[in-house]
Design a protein around this ligand. Sequence first.
Ligand SMILES: CN(C)Cc1n[nH]c2ccc(-c3ccc(F)cc3OCCn3ccnc3)cc12
Length: 389
Amino acid sequence: KLNKPHQFWETQPIPNINDMDSLKPGPIQEGVLEDVRKDPYNLISKFEWCNIDLRNDEQAQQVYALLKENYVEDDDNMFRFDYSIDFLRWALLPPGQYPDWIVGVKVNQKLVGFITGIPVTLNIENQQTKIKMTEINFLCVHKKIRANRLAPVLIKEITRRVHIKNMWQAVYTAGIVVPTPISQTRYYHRSLNAKKLIEVGFSSLSARQTISRQQKLYKLPEETKTQGLRSMKKKDVAQVTKLLNEYLKKFKLYFKYTEDEVKHWFIPRKDVISTYVVEKEQGIITDFLSFYNLPSQVIKNPKYTHLKAAYSYYNVATQTPIVQLMYDALILAKNEGYDVFNCLDIMENEKFLKELMFCPGDGQLNYYLYNWKLESNMLKPEEIGIVLV
Ligand SMILES: CN(C)Cc1n[nH]c2ccc(-c3ccc(F)cc3OCCn3ccnc3)cc12
């Protein structure tokens, strides 16, 4: 029966529990280019494939509307991600992007399904192997046509379009558990606007707590502390690229960045990505912090329609203590108008979570690799060096 749990995932080159000791590290299936289907997978009648051009306002608006109404919600269905068009262009139009990796399914010109891939170079476990692969994201099926088994077809189709480019691995994340996570990370929240978080139901007060007590507890200074902290500019790209690529070698899973990619991912974009560098004497950059803007729609609340959330992106602290750097990140996010600052317990984040008063969230984010057996079955969150938006 198709709907047996994981009926689809058991057909995919992903280790299941009893493969853990038998599979050798590396690709699970060797890719053979001439065996790749040249034509798209069949769709149920009236459904059509289309490549979405996010530079086109109408098409971008259709993607925005589909995600706004039908994408990821929190476990209590109180909030739903509300990715902006500018954010989607940042996330999905990086250097080297392939137009047929932004995949839509339409019924009578209406977008009802979506899935995306972007090209990445991933370092896995040992520094030698750098693998050109895809980062899969934004899998979304309209609420009204779920259980049509459209998601497995979207996954198979984007897999085919990646295989055609002679790439055989993928990295992706999800809040749900399907076979088989390589790491299970947790997310944490730091209150910036205590009153609003309580009013939207994101935070709750215990018997002894009051709103004004909470506001005092989470209050931040206006000014940042780190000498030389300033917004990143184009002239910083070369130094930030060196700093980031060097720093990421600490982890077992991380991307290799070209200067072009650093320019794309870190040059500040209003309401999308904020990056601040620490410039010392003679213009030397010693640290940087970055966070991205991802509001969540408050599904029903009389007073607010959105929760303004900043998400920790990449932070490299080589001279500045990481607690101080991230304290400044909180101050900067508060000054930019955010209600909450979110981060995962990956990289070195657990070094500042407690001291900066982050609270654990109610769910987890699982990391996955497609067609790759790790040397170690699972990676600890602090061994993960990649952030997926
Ligand atoms: C990563 N990217 C693939 C989007 C994505 N998919 N599934 C998810 C599940 C959790 C998180 C997540 C990651 C970091 C974090 F600090 C809070 C998070 O979710 C809070 C719960 N929530 C969901 C919607 N609104 C609030 C992201 C995602």
